[in-house]
Ligand binder design. Structure first.
Ligand code: P61
Length: 441
């Protein structure tokens, strides 16, 4: 715990960017659910069985078996985390000038797609951009948008369809099984590849089980495997669903594409049997993969996020509905309705929440969206959100109560917020390291 004076100093030193705070200055850390999960006793025990051979570690084969068993893909290379895998797939599967249609962007994913010369195109349904729409599958692809892109550019100009389950930037919103089947069918007509960002696909499976006709009696594990079976491969940040502090992978069914991945991984990550990880990390990941699909775990995990949502809803706080898998996304546009987007309302909300309570959250609005690579202008997302992200197996209900009280107190005094001015803007993924001034503060 810190005093208001200490937080004022820490926030100023961090340029009012929650990514630049020291964790010891944070009371409840809802920056991310990435790598911040608590490992189980079994995962810790597995760490002690690390086989740190440079080549052919026993833990690699355990990890490979876990991916095959739980996700169903044929071939896999480990990577140090999700963006390592995004880099590999983008380099392998995108030719400069090709289009990459996706169900909304993710920061690192789009960065790697654009670095490989790809042109990102958002083909998510319109409801995803609307924080008040209660559509049960806001992560779905709009097939008309996808088809018209194919018709306009030609199938040969589409690198692949980039599908994420759940959709982080839309609020952790799921994709339906009906959608992935339909996208698969369309891809088959045109001979287009379909790759999945499987980072929170277990959480996505939970929503299918809960909401989609015909899936109530299927297990999370069955739903996950069926969903993946419609795709040609996947990349993964294991720091989320798979309950580890570090790790990721790229899986591919096509032996030739896999051959390229296995070759490229040695240039950027490490040998194909460790990919930037220690043997013990792969051991913990193998156990985490199996634990992640346990029904009770996933119900408790999403239940906790919903609990916070219910508290905030009762207090009339505006946030993205329905509540998604990993976080509550406060709607900064409505929270600070007096602030124009150029005043960075979501960044302001993250800064003010920290100053007021020591709770750390994350901007997911205009700062995160970066600039258009062609025009150099700010991308202006319709969603201007501040994410309260819940790590898995870490916090208690009492922590959620405190967070809700903190947000309510901030909402009561919302009119006094004046916004922020950006004083330093990094070239890549600017939100991580950008700095701001706080007028009057
Ligand atoms: C997060 F502010 N997510 O949500 P890596 N795909 C997806 C992710 O959510 C994801 C990655 C790929 C993070 C960490 C993070 O703009 C940010 O293992 C759906 O982080 O490399 C990561 O996986 C990349 C936070 C990443 C950010 C980018 O908190």
């Amino acid at each position: 715990m810190t005093t208001p004076e200490e937080r004022a100093e820490a926030a100023a030193a961090a340029g009012y960017n929650t990514f630049l705070l020291r964790s010891e200055d944070v009371y409840i850390d809802l920056l991310t659910d990435s790598g911040t999960n608590a490992m189980s006793d079994r995962q810790w025990a597995a760490l002690m069985l690390g086989d740190e051979a440079y080549a052919g570690s026993r833990n690699f084969y355990e990890f490979e078996a876990a991916v095959r068993e739980t996700y169903g893909y044929q071939h896999v290379v480990p990577t140090h985390q999700g963006r390592g895998a995004e880099h590999l797939i983008s380099q392998i599967a995108i030719r400069p000038g090709q289009f990459v249609p996706a169900n909304m962007y993710f920061t690192t994913t789009r960065e790697h797609q654009e670095r490989a010369g790809g042109v990102f195109v958002d083909v998510i349904i319109d409801e995803a951009h609307d924080p008040v729409s209660e559509h049960p599958f806001k992560g779905d692809v709009d097939l008309e948008k996808l088809e018209s892109l194919i018709a306009r550019e030609g199938a040969g100009q589409i690198a692949y369809v980039s599908l994420a389950g759940t959709v982080n930037m839309a609020g952790g919103q799921p994709v339906s099984m009906g959608c992935v089947r339909a996208v698969r069918a369309l891809c088959d007509v045109y001979g287009i590849l379909l790759f999945l960002d499987a980072t929170r696909m277990v959480e996505n499976a939970f929503f299918i089980q809960e909401r989609e006709a015909g899936y109530a009696d299927k297990t999370i594990a069955e739903i996950l495997k069926e969903f993946c079976s419609y795709t040609d491969g996947a990349w993964m940040s294991a720091k989320k669903d798979s309950l580890v502090n570090i790790g990721g992978w790229l899986a591919l069914n096509d032996p030739q594409l896999f051959d390229e991945a296995r070759n490229l991984v040695v240039v950027f990550e490490g040998l194909h049997t460790y990919g930037g990880l220690a043997g013990r990390d792969m051991a913990a990941m193998a156990v985490g993969i199996a634990e992640s699909v346990q029904e009770d775990h996933i119900r408790a995990r999403i239940g906790q996020v919903r609990y916070l949502g219910e508290l905030l809803d009762a207090a009339g706080i505006p946030f993205v509905k329905p509540v998604g898998g990993h976080a509550i996304f406060l709607d900064a546009r409505r929270f600070y309705s007096h602030l124009a987007q150029d005043k960075f309302p979501a960044q302001t909300l993250a800064a003010e929440l920290y100053l007021d309570s020591g709770v750390r959250s994350m901007e997911r609005g205009i700062v995160s969206a970066g600039r258009d690579p062609q025009t150099g202008e700010h991308n202006r997302p319709r969603l201007e959100l501040t994410r309260l992200t819940i790590p898995r197996r870490v916090y208690t209900q009492a922590h959620m109560d405190i967070v809700a009280e903190a947000v309510e107190a901030l909402y009561a005094g919302r009119d006094s917020a004046k916004g922020l001015v950006m004083t330093y803007e990094p070239r890549y993924l600017r939100f991580f390291q950008a700095r701001f001034d706080r007028p009057g503060g």
